[in-house]
Design a protein. Structure first.
Length: 464
């Protein structure tokens, strides 16, 4: 071949190479062994924010420093002496996947580096969007699970006050914060404590309830904190786990916290502050990881004033207070509860009882000093004691009549003696429903056992 033909051949080859470079969708750059760009495809311009001529003759190390791209693949190939693939962020805010391929001379020195880049900005954005959607989905799933748990728990309510409580529960169920449930006897504090546990991430861990008012002080202490063998006379060999230990990562429910003896209140406060518990006679602290829910029907502030409840413990427990209103203040909830209890007891006793319209109205009108517990008992008694399939008005009235309360909010003036007797009767009936024995009722009402017996006789209250 003549030298002119050779020149033509190379010229043509060069033109073809340039055309390929410029037509390529990918960004191609060629640098020499020192990292100086010798050829750059036109498509590079929008991706690096620098013109073709602005790149040619520039050093990759310099461009890296000037922020045209973060890590230069050319520079990396020179540093490592081998083929490199990396993700590169450019000054024009694009994300590229770049591969740099070195070419060597006979002595193994790099003479050229060919870089091919693919724009993956959209892929990355889609990837991020996918991640965002996935985390949103997880959040919705978690919310849905919590709502499902509340639905499954069959807390029937229509009232605004209960709706607010359930929304609060959804909000706090997964937090570690201590919950203090307040409300009259029978409003469902224990029931709600269980709902909180079952709607929370702790639902597969134990739910451990204990009634602080029903157990003597020394027994309560060993139940709560456990003991080592030989801690006291009669202690089981091998010791015993306390309820905090048994609850593990679950929920410990301290019912009737207002009845906890002062001495134990101090110990409980230490456990809550230190998040550690010591078994009686033990030396090794055990980590407390469970969530605490406490409940009381007593006025804790009044107990503090009377010196019967520690103020510091009160503030420690009162992180999320939930005040459950009495049933008489949310009568819209009664129909669904009546239906639920009627269905439950019909199932349990194999009956098909319904309640007459009049009987139903009596149930709605009644003020339930014993709250949901009393309503449940009334429905069970009606299902068991009535003979036909329809519970008539009179049968409902007969059950409610002995405890029918005087409506103190009405304008009707009733003789004081009658009012006092009625109030006593209500209190005693509720106390008997809960505590069953005259001794425990006397303890709860802080009167002598003989007074309980006398009053029950005078007010014709039956107890077993
Ligand atoms: N929302 C509810 N739906 C169905 N049953 C309920 C509901 N709330 C309470 N109950 C039922 O009413 C009864 C009393 O509830 P619970 O023992 O939780 O009340 P409490 O406020 O803890 O009472 P106390 O202060 O006397 O311990 C229980 O049998 C419980 O199952």
């Amino acid at each position: 071949m003549h030298s002119e033909d050779i020149l033509d051949y190379y010229k043509q080859a060069y033109e073809e190479l340039k055309l390929i470079l410029d037509l390529s969708f990918d960004q191609i750059t060629i640098a020499d062994g020192n990292g100086i760009f010798t050829k750059v495809s036109k498509s590079c311009e929008p991706y690096f924010g620098v013109t073709e001529n602005g790149l040619i003759g520039c050093n990759a190390f310099e461009l890296e420093k000037n922020g045209v791209f973060d890590t230069s693949v050319t520079a990396e190939v020179i540093r490592k002496g081998e083929k490199v693939t990396l993700i590169q962020k450019t000054g024009a805010n694009r994300t590229l996947m770049v591969t740099g391929i070195p070419m060597f001379d006979e002595e193994g020195q790099i003479i050229k580096i060919i870089n091919i880049s693919k724009d993956i900005t959209e892929n990355q954005m889609l990837g991020q969007e996918l991640k965002d959607i996935q985390s949103q989905l997880q959040w919705f799933q978690k919310e849905l699970n919590k709502r499902q748990a509340i639905y499954d728990s069959k807390v029937n309510y229509k009232s605004v006050s209960m709706n607010k409580i359930m929304e609060l529960i959804l909000h706090i169920c997964d937090l570690d914060a201590t919950v203090l449930l307040l409300g009259e006897t029978g409003v469902g504090k224990g029931y709600i404590a269980k709902v909180i546990h079952e709607s929370s991430i702790r639902k597969n861990e134990p739910f451990v309830p204990i009634n602080c008012g029903a157990i003597p002080e020394n027994l309560l202490e060993s139940e709560l904190f456990g003991y080592e063998s030989g801690a006291f006379t009669g202690a089981t060999k091998g010791g015993k786990k306390g309820l905090f230990e048994i609850a593990g990562k679950g929920t410990i429910f301290l019912d009737e916290i207002g009845d906890m003896p002062m001495n134990l209140q101090v110990k409980l406060l230490h456990v809550l502050d230190d998040k550690k518990v010591l078994r009686l006679g033990g030396e090794k602290p055990i980590k407390v990881e469970g969530r605490l829910i406490a409940a009381t029907n007593k006025d804790l502030k009044k107990l503090i004033q009377e010196g019967k409840f520690r103020e510091d413990l009160y503030y420690r427990l009162n992180v999320v207070p939930i005040n459950i209103p009495p049933l008489r203040e949310r009568k819209v909830d009664i129909p669904a509860l009546v239906k639920m209890f009627l269905d439950n007891y019909n199932n349990e006793h194999g009956t098909h009882k319904t309640i007459s319209e009049g009987g139903y109205n009596i149930l709605i009108d009644y003020n339930y000093p014993g709250n949901i517990r009393e309503l449940e008992n009334i429905i069970e008694r009606l299902v068991i004691t009535t003979l036909g399939d329809i519970v008539e008005d009179i049968q409902v009235a007969e059950i409610i009549e002995p405890t029918k309360e005087i409506n103190y909010n009405s304008d009707e003036i009733v003789p004081l003696k009658q009012s006092v007797e009625e109030l006593e009767r209500r209190i005693l009936i509720s106390a008997f429903e809960k505590y069953k024995t005259t001794r425990k009722v006397a303890e709860a009402l802080d009167i002598d056992q003989s007074t309980v017996v006398k009053k029950a006789k005078r007010l014709k209250i039956k107890y077993s």
